[in-house]
Design a protein around this ligand. Sequence first.
Ligand SMILES: [Zn+2]
Ligand SMILES: [Zn+2]
Length: 396
Amino acid sequence: MNAPLQLPALDEIRAHEAEMIDIRHRIHANPELAFEERATADLVADCLQRWGCEVHRGLGVTGVVGTLRAGTSTRRIGLRADMDALPIQETSGKPWASQVLGKMHACGHDGHTAMLLAAARHLAATRRFDGIVHLVFQPAEEGYGGAKRMLDDGFLELFPCEAMFGMHNGPAKPAGKFIAVPGYAMASSDTCIIRVHGNGGHGAMPQHAVDPVVAASAIVMALQTIVSRNVPPLQTGIVTVGAFHAGEAPNVIPGTAELRLTVRAFKPEVRDLLQQRITEIAQQQAAVFGARAEVDYQRRYPMLYNHPKETAFCEQVVREWLGDEGLLADEPVTGSEDFAFFLEKVPGCYVFIGNGEGEDGGCMVHNAGYDFNDRCLSTGASYWVRLAEAWLKPRG
Ligand SMILES: [Zn+2]
Ligand SMILES: [Zn+2]
């Protein structure tokens, strides 16, 4: 089989490609979980320093921010990558596969980090822009809200940005093509724990007990009506009961039952509606059976909103570089992403870069066989550079 064709990239970025791929492989072989990205942050900070960035560490525990200035303008943008791995045992069989038992870069954050590093190196060496670029390497994207932690630690006070941009690889999409969906592009992600308190007893004498299994079962069924009967038909909502735990023995009615839900929406008003109806249904269904439901609704990641003007700008950057064929049309995805926290505060856009198809990058993220496609590294880095140079174009 022929080697796959090279994807488009800036020549100067291509010149350092082998070295940047080596960095990606080093990060891949040494994955670190949320807020433990110490070696990764050391490597990132070391590279940034060596290449001439101002480096700030410790925001969001392990976050690293590199700053580059050029010219006299005070215009400023943030480019963000994530650094954390997942608790998965890798099976890719690649020479650079994880050397850490039970941890792997199964979402390509090693690739995201390497792409932004490659861009940093180029921007630091050339400085063909007028303004300030903040290179943001955040921890803990996978469920722990590292972006929010950086914001809580004062990221925007220290590094004000007029716009922020993010990028994620997209398996099963043509390698090196870009997707930018304007508006609500990714769903909010909430968790809800419902504890149903009944009154335990003998399985042969149910009349003396309040059975939480029956009450919780009724709740599960009634929850199915929220999306079909309460959410407007042209809107999207997802209510999934992923866990139902109750009891041990066949002849014992347990005292409690627990349901664990994941809840997704694309609009704030739908998110509010889902929370309200889940709470009402759980409490009132339980009451019908003489049980009591305790509802612990946890708002986790907000919906990711791509601001229209910044999204159009990103599309234009790709179009001027690769033509219309550089862009893929796509729909919002029901997954979630904590870059949404940044986009709640600052306008910007989160794009996807196709990771390839079939053997060449088609394995889904969070799969034990997944690997970031090295062919995309220089292309993604070139996008970052073109975006920064276009946004901070010298005037006059
Ligand atoms: Zn992920
Ligand atoms: Zn990811």
